[in-house]
Design a protein around this ligand. Structure first.
Ligand SMILES: *Cc1c(COP(=O)(O)O)cnc(C)c1O
Length: 392
């Protein structure tokens, strides 16, 4: 990987040569919990990190190490560490890097679980968290000016697909001395690389697009080596380790990441444009549409606009109730980023923890539907949506 291969090539080949045995062309799943040493000196050197190798599965594992190397290469980071889930990656990052007296600046539209860490788990530790209006960049910058040790961003957001200007906000965060962390789950490294836009760390729910088949949970933290080391040190002790079998499934999924995401970008774009013209659809949120308020920022920082969109059938849940059962090619489920199209209202997916009045305050009407475009034929998806909308 010396002459800068493109992401599609890295997705297939990246990190694979790190662990192949007996001339196998595919990475093996190593289930062994521990790794034995005949020689005490070698054992000690590996344990102290002076020599490459593995000691115990909660710390490191050969299959997981290949997953870490592949995501490191895809995001262009100095180092990467894997975690059991996306939330394990996010909560480990926040707990490892923050201390009492610190101040975090973030936005109201982060993933529901992340939001819960901000509102319920950090404040009792003496960590101040300010969650700004995601659409108000001046308010975010003013909050950074008021003191910021860690700036936590997510773009596009869930479920209204708001866009944050990563280059501008990373620069602002750094000027205040903050560590800048970006959740890149929705965009994927195919569409956006926050590290090249100024972020220090990228966090991922590998459960979504990286794995892509909705059959394995996982997470990753990628970026500055000193920071990744600190997060790894914490994760190794809290024990939220990526399971080797899940690591293997994620690796297998990642080989087709570029193919899938390119198709999902196309499908989501075509569906968004179609729905925008549909009389029964009140509003479509997709950063690739010219009507999106931050379309220009998205076009600047993203190579593709992603496979996620949302659309509203009005202020109430009733039309959603009638619409969903008529979709043939969509799972109604709390997930996203898989090869199958997945739909769900925020009330039962991303914002299940958030009361109805707070959802309304966040600009999330009960009639909103989050749509994760799969890799199906787009004409079939559009026909399916039209048929289901006829029932509304
Ligand atoms: C799903 C998701 C997470 C959490 O990931 P898990 O693997 O479910 O723990 C975090 N951020 C975003 C944007 C997500 O979509």
């Amino acid at each position: 990987m010396t002459d800068q291969p493109s992401p599609a090539t890295v997705a297939v080949w990246g990190g694979e040569d790190r662990y192949l045995v007996d001339r196998a062309t595919q990475v093996p799943v190593v289930h062994s919990v521990s790794f034995g040493y005949d020689d005490l000196d070698t054992w000690q050197d590996v344990a102290l990190g002076k020599q490459d190798g593995h000691i115990y599965g909660r710390n490191t594992n050969p299959t997981v190490a290949v997953f870490e190397e592949k995501i490191r290469l895809l995001e262009g980071g100095e180092a990467a560490t894997a975690c059991a889930t996306g939330m394990a990656a996010i909560s480990s990052t926040l707990h490892a890097l923050l201390k009492p007296g610190d101040r975090v600046v973030s936005v109201k539209d982060t993933y529901g679980g992340t939001s819960k860490v901000f509102t319920d788990f950090l404040p009792p530790l003496g960590i101040e968290v300010d969650l700004c209006d995601t659409s108000d960049v001046d308010a975010i910058e003013a909050s950074i000016d008021a003191g910021c040790d860690l700036l936590y961003l997510e773009t596009p957001t869930n479920p209204t697909l708001k866009i944050l200007d990563l280059e501008r906000l990373s620069a602002k965060g750094h000027a205040a001395g903050a560590i800048v962390v970006v959740d890149n789950t929705f965009a994927t490294p195919i569409n956006q690389n926050p590290l090249t836009l100024g972020a220090d760390l990228v966090v991922h729910s590998a459960t979504k697009y990286l794995g892509g088949h909705a059959d394995a949970l996982g997470g990753a933290v990628v970026g500055r080596e000193d920071l990744v080391e600190t997060v790894y040190g914490y994760r190794e002790i809290n024990g939220a380790t990526l399971d080797p079998m899940a690591g293997y499934l994620l690796l297998r999924g990642m080989k087709t990441l570029a193919l899938r995401v390119e198709r999902q970008n196309q499908n989501a774009g075509a569906v968004a444009r179609h729905l925008e013209k549909h009389p029964k659809v009140e509003r479509v949120n997709y950063p690739g549409l010219a009507s999106h308020p931050d379309h220009a920022v998205a076009a600047r920082q993203m190579r593709g606009f992603g496979g996620m969109l949302s659309f509203s059938l009005g202020p109430d849940l009733e039309p959603v109730r009638r619409f969903l059962p008529h979709l043939r090619y969509a799972h109604a489920a709390a997930n996203l980023g898989a090869v199958e199209t997945i739909v769900g209202p925020p009330a039962t997916t991303s914002h299940v923890e958030v009361p109805e009045d707070e959802r309304a305050a966040l600009g999330i009407p009960e009639g909103l539907i989050r749509y994760s475009a799969g890799i199906e034929d787009v004409e079939d998806l559009i026909d399916d949506l039209d048929r289901a909308l006829d029932a509304v």
